[in-house]
Design a protein around this ligand. Structure first.
Ligand SMILES: [Zn+2]
Ligand SMILES: [Zn+2]
Length: 288
């Protein structure tokens, strides 16, 4: 029997979030994407890049796994958790320790106060060290605190090796995210999720073979940016590894959802490449 999964995009935007406050408050700005994104249901409204995975194992057990809880985690959760029946969080997985990936961890206190005893966070040792600095009040003498008005967290250190959550096998995909800083993408089933990337090292390329779905960082068409892919850089990867379907995420306000999707759809006719922009709330069913 095949296991089933459902992926829900909780956020598809760059760190500032869309609409950007600076666009809305600029008297000379005519940013139509940010104007449109003021509508809470607009596909241009983009929270920090994050996904939820609902996994349903062979024995019938279901789990809610979240990749990254950034600065807009609360806004994503109130909008998308009730309608996707996400209450307990089985595991949080961290890609790297920038604020748009870990800035929402304090909200987990609502879970550990009212839903479950602890939340398990899977992350690299270096990201735990960053969290110790940012969320110093979660620790005492270097150890995790288990009492007090704080989220009760269990940290599980991961490295480049695969790990399992229920029946779901998850393999880290180390990628560069600006200069020599490494962020983790993750592969599960035949899906690869790479939210923050400026270069894919040769040693990670084998993880991109034979994919059904590639979800990849594509900040904007141009100009180049030091820590994120542009469209052409993301396209280069798609042309090379030929996933059956690709979704762009971590998108800036230079990109209008409908117009850009229309442009991307032409690649299906010209090159047989299937790419869409992901949007907050979009869901994908998959098997694993
Ligand atoms: Zn804007
Ligand atoms: Zn980052």
């Amino acid at each position: 029997m095949i296991n089933n999964g459902k992926l829900i995009f909780l956020g598809t935007g760059s760190s500032d979030g869309i609409p950007r406050v600076s666009c809305l408050t600029d008297p000379n700005s005519n940013c139509k994407v940010c104007n449109d994104a003021q509508n809470p249901d607009s596909k241009n409204r983009r929270r920090n890049t994050s996904v939820a995975i609902k996994s349903f194992d062979k024995n019938g057990q279901s789990r809610n796994i979240i990749i990254d809880a950034g600065k807009t985690f609360w806004e994503s959760a109130i909008k998308f958790f009730p309608k996707n029946e996400i209450r307990e969080i089985s595991d949080l997985i961290i890609t790297h320790a920038h604020a748009d990936a870990i800035g929402g961890i304090d909200y987990l206190r609502d879970w550990t106060n009212f839903v479950q005893n602890t939340v398990k966070i899977n992350l690299r040792d270096q990201d735990l060290e960053s969290i110790k600095k940012v969320y110093f009040y979660l620790f005492e003498n270097g150890k995790v605190k288990t009492k007090g008005p704080i989220p009760k967290i269990q940290f599980n250190i991961i490295d480049e090796k695969s790990f399992k959550i229920g029946d779901l096998n998850i393999t880290p995909i180390p990628v560069f995210h600006g200069n020599q800083y490494i962020s983790f993408g993750y592969k599960f089933g035949k899906i690869a999720y790479i939210s923050d990337v400026s270069e894919i090292p040769k040693s990670s390329e084998n993880m991109l073979e034979d994919l059904d779905i590639l979800i990849i960082d594509a900040l904007r068409p141009e100009p180049a940016y030091f820590s994120h892919f542009t469209y052409n850089q993301a396209l280069e990867v798609i042309r090379k590894f030929k996933p059956k379907k690709s979704f762009f995420t971590d998108i800036m306000c230079a990109v209008d959802h409908d117009e850009t999707n229309y442009d991307l759809s032409k690649l299906l006719d010209t090159e047989g490449i299937d790419i869409q922009l992901a949007y907050d709330g979009m869901t994908i069913d998959f098997n694993y």
